[in-house]
Design a protein around this ligand. Structure first.
Ligand code: SF4
Length: 461
């Protein structure tokens, strides 16, 4: 039987969705540590299981429900507590408790700091709890990363803002994460400095719409200031809206080499008609114009994107325009999905009027788009064979642990043979390139980690 009390036990967090959620899960772990909980990698041994959920697509919700069903056995056998956090919790609130009678509590993204209190209440008072209030103001206190738990890591996330003020017609984020709140820049800089103090060399600034950051300075200025923090080698950020790709931001890419040459710029569709229905306030020509300015400022920058296929009313011509755009931009990679209506969004209310695209056709179009992207990604990778690239070494390769894996400034993953330790920067000659992987051999070590030894990180699936 489980031995957990309000003052400790083992927790297991199953994370769905984006990097915001990955980061939120880390903060949950830190909050639970304050009441004596420690992590376990095995759900069956946990006293508390949290599903940190994503509501962006219907499929993500289905996955959460099937995972909950699996974890129910751990509750039955060990008396483990079961909780749902993240965007589905925020969207469904206490309705989720009614739908899933064996669930102990639900909590929204703004309630992470209250986790210790919630766990204590559930155990001591034997109640089921729903805590999903939003904090939509500058009063919001951003959960702060514990530098202790980042000690020895190569790369870390730093939250700079939350929520979104845009109203893209397909998107559930404004309903689950609320209005934009930016974190004061001084706090961001302090957190980055505390991370470099324990060996972190790369930070990724995250938020639903980071480039509309307004935490006392603009986002371009924030990037330039983070670059000045001693010990920082690379700065990344995600995710962005094309209408906030300002001249100042483009100029920051021109000025500051530590801003990594990779831009994830979701376009969503290559058709102006579809973009209008999506309430994306740019045209394809405007998007391409911004991208051209960015590429002029930082030649060789890698560009990735998100695309929704089969949005209501999408015709074959609209879809062809998306193929043409993909060919024209030559994205390094793209994260594309078929449209699924999300509750309370304009697209879900208007789907019937605009004309739903049959699911078979959506899948067919997605396959065509992904095949095109694979071809382009393969061509980009093949062109790198024989070239030397610089990688920041992160750990053993997932496919072959005798090899290392690291990422280039453009965010390309490279598996390679060599001796550079985790946290070092190394020059690697690329010997093989495919759409999914680059292989190489180390030619030299550029520098060693500042605070050895750094912890290996597992290569992402
Ligand atoms: S900008 Fe991004 S997060 Fe905001 S509503 Fe649009 S798709 Fe959603």
């Amino acid at each position: 039987m489980s031995a957990h009390t309000a003052r400790g036990g083992r927790f297991y967090i199953h994370t769905f969705g984006c990097q915001m959620n990955v980061n939120d899960s880390l903060r949950m772990g830190e909050a639970l540590a304050t009441i004596g909980y420690r992590p376990t990698a095995v759900a069956d041994q946990a006293d508390l299981i949290i599903l940190n959920t994503c509501a962006i697509r219907e499929k993500a919700e289905d996955k959460m429900l099937s995972a909950l069903g699996r974890y129910r056995a751990v509750k039955t056998q060990r008396g483990a507590l079961l909780a749902v956090g993240g965007c589905v919790a925020q969207q469904e609130k206490s309705k989720l408790l009614a739908r899933v009678p064996y669930l102990d509590f639900v909590f929204g993204p703004d309630a992470i700091g209250k986790l210790p209190e919630l766990v204590t209440r559930v155990i001591s008072d034997r109640v089921r709890v729903s805590e999903t209030a939003w904090v939509d103001s500058e009063e919001y206190v951003f959960p702060r990363a514990d530098p202790g738990s980042s000690a020895g890591k190569v790369s870390e996330f730093v939250t700079v803002m939350k929520g979104c003020d845009n109203v893209c017609s397909f998107c559930v984020v404004p309903h689950t994460r609320g209005r934009e709140v930016s974190r004061p820049f001084v706090e961001v800089l302090e957190e980055v400095a505390s991370l470099t103090g324990v060996g972190v060399r790369e930070v990724t600034l995250i938020g639903q719409n980071v480039n509309s950051y307004r935490g006392g300075i603009c986002f371009a200025e924030l990037l330039l200031r983070v670059a000045q923090v001693p010990g920082i080698e690379r700065i990344r950020f995600t995710t962005s809206h094309p209408h906030d790709l300002s001249d100042a931001l483009i100029d920051a890419f021109r000025q500051e080499p530590r801003i990594a040459p990779h831009f994830h710029l979701p376009v969503q569709s290559g058709s102006n008609d579809v973009l209008r229905r999506m309430k994306r306030d740019y045209t394809v020509a405007e998007y391409l114009d911004r991208l051209a300015a960015l590429r002029a400022a930082r030649p060789g920058i890698a560009v990735t994107t998100d695309i929704i296929v089969g949005f209501p009313g999408e015709t074959e011509d609209d879809f062809q325009a998306t193929l043409t755009l993909t060919e024209q931009v030559r994205y390094e990679n793209q994260f594309s999905f078929v449209f699924s209506a999300r509750p309370r969004t304009v697209a879900s209310l208007k789907e019937a009027e605009w004309g739903p695209v049959p699911h078979d056709l959506q899948i067919q179009r997605l396959d065509r788009l992904l095949a095109l992207q694979r071809r382009i990604s393969g061509e980009i990778a093949a062109a790198l064979v024989g070239q030397e690239v610089e990688v920041l070494v992160e750990g053993p390769s997932r496919s072959d642990p005798s090899r290392h894996f690291g990422r280039t400034p453009e965010n390309r993953t490279v598996n390679f043979d060599g001796t550079a330790p985790v946290g070092a920067r190394a020059r690697v000659r690329i010997t093989h390139g495919s759409p999914s992987a680059l292989l190489g051999v180390e030619s030299s070590i550029v520098d060693l980690p500042p605070v050895p030894p750094l912890q290996p990180r597992t290569e992402a699936a």
